[in-house]
Design a protein. Structure first.
Length: 221
């Protein structure tokens, strides 16, 4: 898809047509990143590591939500969807029941971008993230609102890194590096204010990724 993005820039002499095709491929590539299939393997590991599940919010894309709900049901987690389709009354009822523990998990979509706070959340798993700082900082804030008996929240944000195999032309390498920069920029924004990472240097895994993609971490921190 990165190759299609690059080639589309030269595909037509018509500027409008060129821009339209370029943006189309960018959107398609972004959807691949958001909906990467290995995220479900990571979700499985996270869920197994935080048993028992309680006050857990899983934030999904439209393409992910049904599969995530099926996955949680298979794990015997009492869940409910939490999306923009519920009216305000139903939404508040869900939040109250989630806070009381009737639902162990809410599988959410879009609501964190629409001004909805979920303050009783103690664990959040972000299956669908964005490289837009305003958006991901806003989503984090919706989760970190104060709530009785809650001193902090655990947030799991799944990072997606392209796989480089064999030789790759410089133009494609540069475009793949931009994907990595966007993911790592979110990583540093989250960790710089987290209690378990504040003041620490990047783990070896992150430094190895940056080295592989010729990224200067100083530009991202």
């Amino acid at each position: 898809m990165t190759k299609k993005v690059a080639k589309s820039y030269y595909a037509s002499k018509d500027e409008n047509e060129k821009k339209e095709l370029f943006n189309l491929f960018l959107i398609q590539r972004a959807k691949i990143i958001v909906n990467a299939s290995q995220k479900y393997e990571v979700l499985n590991k996270i869920i197994d590591s935080i048993q028992p599940i309680q006050h857990c919010l899983v934030y999904c894309s439209p393409e992910q939500i049904d599969r995530v709900r099926e996955f949680l049901i298979q794990k015997n987690v009492v869940e409910h969807k939490f999306t923009a389709t519920e009216n305000n009354t139903d939404r508040q009822k869900l939040l109250n029941e989630f806070a009381r523990g009737r639902y162990q998990a809410l599988v959410a979509m879009k609501c964190l971008d629409e001004g909805v706070d979920v303050p009783s959340t103690k664990t959040a798993i972000l299956m669908a993230s964005t490289t837009n700082p305003r958006e991901f900082i806003q989503r984090r804030g919706r989760i970190l609102r104060p709530f009785p008996g809650k001193n902090f929240a655990n947030i799991y944000d799944i990072i997606v890194i392209p796989t480089l195999t064999g030789s790759i032309e410089s133009v494609y390498f540069e475009m793949e590096s931009k994907i990595v920069k966007g993911e790592l920029r979110r990583y540093f924004e989250f960790t710089k204010n987290s209690s378990n990472m504040k003041g620490e240097i990047a783990p070896e895994a992150v430094m190895n990724i940056a080295k592989k993609y010729s990224i200067n971490l100083g530009e991202l921190t």
